[in-house]
Design a protein around this ligand. Structure first.
Ligand SMILES: Cc1ncc(COP(=O)(O)O)c(C=O)c1O
Length: 486
C-alpha cells in the first residue's frame, strides 16, 4: 500500500527520486496541489491559493463546477472509454461546428500538441508540399516540427529555424521556416519568394500574450490564398476564450483549419482538429484513396468522459453575458495593475487582450518575441514572486485568473486575502526568486475567467473578487523595492 505523506518536503523528495527533474514537466515541481475547488487550490502542506493557473487554461469554469461534475458523473457508470464512436463525442463535434467558423468537420485527439502535429501533417498531405511556416515564439507544443524557434536564446536570421530541443534531426529543422510575428512586410516578401513551396502556415492569433495585429492576420489570409497555402489558427488557447467562436470570431479572419484544446476538454484530455470539409477529407481513406490518406488513430480520442465535460463547458460559457463579464473582469485587472505600477513609477506594459494578458516590466512596446525578451526579467520575477507568496498561484510565464466563484470564497477567506497583502512588502524586499519554468518567459499571464451567472454565482460578487485581486496586484506594484524603480 502506498505510504501516506502529508508534508510537501516529503512529496518533493519522493518526486525527485522517481520523476526526472522531480516533476511532471509542466509547473514548478516544488508545488504539490492536493485539491481544487472553485477558484482555489490547496497544496499538500496546507496552503491555500487563489488559482490563477487554472490548469494552464482548461479550468475556465473553476475546479469542480457542479454542472460539469454532474455531466461527468452521469457518464462514468455508462463507461469511460470504448475506442469506438459515441454520442457525446458527436454532440461535442456538432457544437464545435456551430461555434467555430472554419469548422465543418472535426477529428478528436487527446492533447493540443497532438492536434497541432496532425494539423501540420494535414497541410503537407493536402498540398503535396513540404515546407511549413511558423512565427518566432509561436507555441504549438512539443512535436519535432513545432519545437522550432519557440524560445530561442540566440535569435537566428529569419527564416532559419532553431531547434529548441535535443533529439530533433536537422532534416526536420530544414522543413520549417520562421518569420517575425506581426511583420506584414517580411511575410509578404517571404511568400513572394517561396510561397509556392510552402504547404501551410500555423499561427497563434494571440501569441502567448501578444495579440496579432488585425491587419497582419488579414494580409496573412490573403497571401495564403494567393499562393495556395493552407492557413491554420492554433486556437488551443484562444478557442472559446477570446469569444465563443474563438479568435476567428474575434478578428473576423477565418483560417482553413484550426486546432482546439483546453476548454473543449473541460479539464480532461481532449483536443481537436477542425476545418473545411474538403481538407478534413484527408482523414478518410474512402474519399482520398490510400495515397492521399492521412492516418490518425488514438486510443482515447473522443473519449466519452472528456466529451461530456467538454460539452458542458461551452454550454455554460454561451449563457448570456458571459463573455462581456470575462472581458470586463480582465479590463478591471489590467487597469488596476497598470495604475498601480504607474503610481509606483515602474515602467511597464500590460500586454494582451482583456481575456488573456500579462504585465510586462518593459518601457518599450511589445509586439513580438524580440521586444518581449527585452523586458526586465528580474523585476518581472520579483513581481510574480510577490503574488505567489501572497496566496496567488502563478508561474513566471503563466499566471492565470480564475473565474470568480463568490459563493465558494468565504467572507473569512476574503478577509484573509486582504490581510495577506501586508507581507507583499517583505516578499519584494527580499527580492523573490522565480521558480523553474519550462519556457523562460519573464512575465505572468492573467487568464480572467468569466463572472458566471450560474446557480451558485452572481456577477456582482464576482466583481468584488476581482477588486480584491486588483488590490493585491496594486500592492505588489507599490512595494517593488525602490532601487528597482525606473
Ligand atoms: C497555443 C498552444 N498550442 C498548443 C498547446 C499544446 O496543448 P497541450 O498542452 O494540450 O498539448 C498549448 C499549450 O499550452 C498552447 O498554448
Amino acid at each position: 500500500m502506498a505510504k501516506i505523506v502529508h508534508h510537501r518536503d516529503e512529496w518533493v523528495a519522493r518526486a525527485r527520486e522517481i520523476l526526472p527533474a522531480g516533476g511532471l514537466g509542466n509547473f514548478d515541481p516544488g508545488v504539490f496541489i492536493r485539491k481544487g475547488a472553485g477558484l482555489r487550490v490547496w497544496s499538500e502542506d496546507g496552503r491555500e491559493f487563489i488559482d490563477l493557473l487554472i490548469g494552464s487554461g482548461p479550468m475556465i469554469l473553476g475546479h469542480g463546477h457542479p454542472e460539469v461534475l454532474e455531466a461527468v458523473s452521469e457518464q462514468l457508470p455508462l463507461g469511460m472509454t470504448f475506442f469506438a464512436n459515441n454520442s457525446r463525442a458527436v454532440e461535442l463535434a456538432e457544437e464545435i461546428c456551430r461555434a467555430v467558423a472554419c469548422a465543418e468537420q472535426v477529428r478528436f485527439v487527446s492533447s493540443g500538441g497532438e492536434a497541432d502535429m496532425f494539423a501540420m501533417r494535414l497541410e503537407r498531405a493536402h498540398s503535396g508540399r513540404d515546407l511549413i511556416l511558423k512565427f518566432e515564439a509561436g507555441n504549438h507544443e512539443m512535436s519535432a516540427e513545432t519545437q522550432m524557434s519557440l524560445a530561442p536564446t540566440r535569435p537566428a536570421n529569419y527564416p532559419d529555424a532553431i531547434a529548441d530541443s535535443a533529439g530533433i534531426p536537422d532534416s526536420v529543422r530544414r522543413g520549417i521556416l520562421v518569420a517575425p510575428f506581426n511583420d506584414v512586410e517580411f511575410l509578404q516578401k517571404l511568400l513572394d519568394q517561396q510561397g509556392d513551396e510552402i504547404a501551410g502556415v500555423i499561427v497563434e492569433p494571440l501569441q502567448r500574450i501578444i495579440p496579432a495585429d488585425a491587419r497582419f492576420l488579414r494580409k496573412l489570409r490573403s497571401a495564403c490564398d494567393r499562393h495556395g497555402i493552407m492557413l491554420i489558427f492554433d486556437e488551443i488557447v484562444t478557442g472559446f476564450r477570446l469569444a465563443y467562436g474563438g479568435a476567428q470570431e474575434y478578428y473576423g479572419v477565418i483560417p482553413d483549419v484550426c486546432t482546439l484544446g483546453k476548454v473543449i476538454g473541460g479539464g480532461f484530455p481532449l483536443a481537436a482538429i477542425a476545418g473545411r470539409r474538403d481538407i478534413m477529407a484527408d482523414f478518410d481513406r474512402e474519399q482520398v484513396g490510400a495515397e492521399g490518406f492521412l492516418m490518425q488513430v488514438g486510443t482515447l480520442s473522443g473519449n466519452p468522459v472528456a466529451a461530456s465535460a467538454g460539452l458542458k463547458t461551452p454550454e455554460i460559457l454561451r449563457r448570456s453575458g458571459t463573455y462581456d463579464q470575462l472581458r470586463a473582469s480582465g479590463k478591471h485587472i489590467m487597469s488596476a495593475a497598470s495604475a498601480a505600477l504607474d503610481g509606483a513609477g515602474h515602467a511597464h506594459r500590460v500586454v494582451g487582450l482583456e481575456s488573456l494578458f500579462d504585465v510586462v516590466l518593459a518601457a518599450q512596446r511589445v509586439t513580438d518575441y524580440r521586444e518581449f525578451i527585452a523586458a526586465d526579467k528580474a523585476k518581472g520575477d520579483r513581481f510574480n514572486a510577490s503574488l505567489r507568496s501572497n496566496g496567488i498561484l502563478k508561474a513566471p510565464g503563466k499566471l492565470t485568473c480564475q473565474p470568480p466563484y463568490p459563493k465558494m470564497i468565504s467572507t473569512k477567506s476574503r478577509a484573509r486575502l486582504i490581510q495577506q497583502q501586508v507581507p507583499c512588502k517583505s516578499a519584494f524586499s527580499a527580492g523573490g526568486r522565480s521558480s523553474n519554468m519550462q519556457l523562460e518567459f519573464p512575465v505572468t499571464w492573467f487568464w480572467p475567467g468569466p463572472g458566471l451567472q450560474t446557480v451558485h454565482e452572481r456577477v456582482s460578487k464576482g466583481t468584488e473578487w476581482y477588486r480584491t485581486l486588483g488590490r493585491c496586484v496594486s500592492n505588489a506594484a507599490t512595494w517593488l523595492p525602490a532601487d528597482a524603480a525606473d
